[in-house]
Design a protein around this ligand. Sequence first.
Ligand code: FMN
Length: 232
Amino acid sequence: MLLPHFPLYCLLVHKTIEPTILYFGTPVALISTLNPDGSPNLAPMSSAWWLGWSCMLGLGQMGQTSDNLIRTRECVINLPSQDQVSQVDHLALTTGKNPVPERKHSWGYQFEPDKFGIAGFTAVESQSVAPPRVLECPIQMEGIVHEFRPFGKNVNANAFEVHIVKLHVDEALLDGSGIRPHIDPTRWYPLIMSFCRFFGLGGEVHPSRLAESEFMKFVNQGAVSRPEERNS
Ligand SMILES: Cc1cc2nc3c(=O)[nH]c(=O)nc-3n(C[C@H](O)[C@H](O)[C@H](O)COP(=O)(O)O)c2cc1C
């Protein structure tokens, strides 16, 4: 019999487990880079996070995108919405690397020289970097690699710190009511990858005190600064 006021969470049982991956759910990004022959490459990835106008990307060392970022130091981070999931899925198990590394070949990867074409995406010129943007993606971030280093405990990957130098956003996502336009999160439907499966966002689950704080006033109305002056 339970004691009065016995907290229910005391009944939770946690097991210690050791899965190979810890992909708890992050937005999917499509990274465009330039191959050595000047053609565009496009890689789906989801190990990405942002702080201020900086972004960290985690990319396997076997991939062509990793090579391209080290060689050219330029990319566009395109964010698809959940509506574009089938196009994104066409890019799965493809690589711009030829020949395909043996390990990836054994996982079913194939060389694909025209990633934009097979996914039905349109390449449009960027303003500040050489790799093209994905026209259909509602958010496109032109970026410069600031630093990179090997990353990972049981994975051969690189962590790339990318500084965003230009941001393009579909007008339909914008709240233009403040001093400067910003992205209205209620109009933005990111595609989320969680343990290799695709999800969208459910509805908002709780009011957020951070979103209602003075910090958000700073975020939404603060003085516009040049990208090189921005920090978090
Ligand atoms: C939705 C999705 C998310 C992925 N996330 C990552 C990731 O975060 N990091 C990574 O290295 N590979 C990720 N991959 C696998 C890459 O797409 C794969 O390594 C691909 O070969 C990279 O292309 P590239 O070799 O032309 O650079 C993901 C694949 C899919 C379909």
